[in-house]
Ligand binder design. Sequence first.
Ligand SMILES: *[C@@H]1O[C@H](CO)[C@@H](O)[C@H](O)[C@H]1NC(C)=O
Length: 416
Amino acid sequence: MIARLALRLLPALVAAHAAVYFKEEFSDGDGWTQRWVESKHKSDYGKFTLTAGKFYGDAEKSKGIQTSQGGHFYAQSARFEPFSNKDKTLVIQFTVKHEQSIDCGGGYIKLFPSSLDQSDMHGESEYNIMFGPDICGPPTKKVHVIFSYNGKNVQINKDIRCKDDVHTHLYTLIVRPDNTYEVKIDNSKVESGSLEDDWDFLPPKKIKDPDAKKPEDWDERAKIDDPEDTKPEDWDKAEHIPDPDAVKPEDWDEEMDGEWEPPMIQNPEYKGEWKPRQIDNPDYKGKWVHPEIDNPDYNPDLNLYKYDDHGVIGLDLWQVKHGTIFDNFLITDDEKYAEEHGNETWGAIKDAEKKMKEQQDEEERKKQEEEDKKRKEEGGDDEAEEEEEEEDDDEEKVEIMDTDMEEDEKTIKDEL
Ligand SMILES: *[C@@H]1O[C@H](CO)[C@@H](O)[C@H](O)[C@H]1NC(C)=O
């Protein structure tokens, strides 16, 4: 109880000027299970488990919630004191670590209005903002930034690539009251601009004048045939001619073989189709540009950035291969504070995490090398025997995997 109270007070102490609407670092053991709610919309959502993963920068700080079952939907959400981002900057930030080498799966959050029924959250639940990485095979490796606007979900029309390695990455979305935005990955800007330009919220400012038409005599041809140029009289020559060097074979029998004809060859004098010389068109007027007028349907909206009510953050995902760890959620009105918090969380563990992974890979490589060596020594010179042995090994591996899977299934059943 005291721990939870301290956790609530902490943000106010760290950032005197920043409003921290939500912060979750999963640093109090099972505490998060009291703050996060699993939807009951479906009965078989995948489970999240608290872990730092297979490799990490800090055994405690790196703990986040990890998707633990492949081929599952996930639906978890956490509530906070509702707020409006009117006249304020909104920053949404969190870390994602696809340590499983993800093939297909979401890594994004949704920010919902406080009216969301968490126990019934599902893929069609109305949200305000969806943000974060999404990977599915080589073609889809992008960062979604979707805003709900007048009941429609509007996707950014720029392509922002997400990280697809196994390490922890920091994703940040900043939306400002001057209707500009910025997306950062690992505390570096990867995209920015104006909301109006980069989303199709509004109809275009200008449209083509429906009353304007290209004049009939508008000449768009830069070059024309030279009217002075004529085809030379000796131009037309056959493309193929009988080979003048061919001679009738001596044993040619006209009665048996028919009349002898020399084979045809390409005519060296053949010039192809005649085309007149090209000259600049004296009447050329350039490409006709359709004149534009102000769009009568366009009405500016100075409040594109604004939502009256944010109240729930949720993970509503599908994952084919599980193992993604989410951590360090932060929703604030202060860009600088968010950057600092990113430095203190992601920034503080990233190098050590990389190092641990490299060490594990190195150990794995050495082990593999030793096994290969051993196998060679035991196998001796008899290659057939060696091959057979390798095949046996493969079978063994498959068997081990099968047992693993059975165990997985068993735990799933136990949990249900
Ligand atoms: C975050 O870390 C980067 C790199 O060390 C540094 O340049 C930046 O000033 C830091 N930001 C804050 C707000 O402390």
